[in-house]
Design a protein around this ligand. Structure first.
Ligand code: ZN
Length: 382
């Protein structure tokens, strides 16, 4: 079934957040939008301005105390000492920046709106969302408000059974935590094993949750396209069969891509987009919410999310970048000294060279363990 697609964002994101030194102080949503426009790949009716989430919406998951701490920090122009420890704010991980409350609350409003659009028969992309680590009373892993959890809660208000799929390089711990007591939501996270990657705990295959509604597939460092395809394709059908969702919410963080400075996988854009395509194909009656997420290489991220938008809005785009797109990417302030040859393709095409290779035994083993564990549990959503 073909649904109309909407892209939800805000001009507010042109002002970069997080301060100079932070991995997120790069253009992401605005750059993606500029590339989409350079490809002439969006019509006015497909763009929705993201509203700011209301306090009431934020309180579906977050404590009043924490929401207030975020607001007071914005008003004071800094994080007060008492909030630093209590809410994990104002440090390197979750630094203060202007519009400290407004910016994440707007990203969150966009994701809730994305859920509403999908309830209304559309497919929606909220690239500023996907802040999957935030916890009820504290910021965590660059994430202030857990918009994926709130988008899912909006779908739950309409009594939908939801499968959350998280392909960000990091374990979707905050979302898993949010639905640990909800047997109508399942979370499926495929990520860098927490033995070597953030958040450094949880996300193991055996972490299935009290209700067995958490599916976790941790993978070793340096996964290539062949390994990722093998791992995803081997478990995906089983996860779908067990959960039978009515809506899928996809967190599409791009830090699994090869050039990402924080990720340790070696996935190409086309493998990423193949997975997104597959998830779209299997979304029940096309009911799919796509959120952003991690991704710390601006050029890699924007080329990839352009492709995500093309898939969602059923557009065929040329692989080659046009002059306008090249110019936009060339203007990004990003140090390209390393790996010069590889990076040159960023200005020619929106597709990377594939990273095919052998499938290591450790990857096969993870998949086997996952399948045998989950086949035995086989509970699904009630
Ligand atoms: Zn991540």
């Amino acid at each position: 079934m073909t649904r109309p697609a909407v892209f939800i964002a805000s001009e507010k994101y042109r002002v970069h957040s997080y301060g100079e030194m932070h991995p997120l102080s790069i253009p992401r949503v605005s750059l993606t939008f500029d590339l989409i426009q350079a490809f002439n790949a969006i019509e006015e009716k497909e763009f929705l301005e993201s509203p700011q989430a209301s306090d009431e919406q934020l309180s579906w998951f977050h404590t009043q105390e924490y929401i207030q701490a975020m607001k007071v920090s914005e008003a004071e122009g800094k994080v007060l000492g008492e909030y630093r420890k209590r809410h994990n704010l104002g440090n390197f991980e979750n630094p203060y920046f202007p519009n400290f409350f407004q910016t994440p609350a707007t990203a969150t409003g966009g994701s809730v709106q994305a859920a509403e659009q999908v309830l209304d028969g559309k497919v929606a992309f909220s690239p500023a969302g996907g802040m999957h680590h935030a916890m009820p009373n504290k910021a965590h892993g660059f994430c202030f408000f857990n918009d994926p959890a709130l988008a899912i809660m909006r779908l739950r208000q309409a009594d939908k059974k939801v499968l959350y799929v998280d392909i960000d390089a990091h374990h979707g711990d905050g979302v898993e935590y949010a639905f640990r007591h909800d047997d109508k939501v399942a979370t499926f996270s495929i990520h860098m094993d927490t033995s070597y990657a953030y958040p450094f705990k949880g996300g193991e295959i055996s972490d299935t949750g009290e209700l067995n509604n958490a599916y976790n597939l941790p993978l070793p460092k340096a996964c290539n396209d062949t390994e990722y395809a093998f791992a995803f394709d081997s478990v995906w059908a089983e996860v779908l069969r067990q959960t039978c969702p009515e809506v899928i919410v996809l967190q599409a963080g791009t830090d699994i891509l090869m050039p990402d400075p924080l990720g340790k996988f070696k996935i190409s854009t086309q493998e990423f987009l193949r997975v997104v395509s597959e998830i779209k194909k299997k979304s029940p009656e096309g009911a799919l919410v796509v959120l952003g997420g991690g991704g710390y290489h601006p050029l890699s991220l924007a080329r990839c999310w352009l492709g995500v938008w093309a898939i969602l809005s059923d557009r065929e785009l040329s692989a080659e970048l046009n002059d306008k797109a090249r110019e936009i990417l060339r203007k990004v302030d990003w140090d390209m000294d390393e790996d010069e040859d590889y990076f040159q393709q960023f200005f020619k095409t929106r597709i990377d060279s594939p990273t095919d290779g052998p499938i290591r035994d450790e990857v096969k083993q993870v998949v086997d363990t996952f399948l045998s564990k989950r086949m035995n549990l086989n509970v699904g959503l009630s």
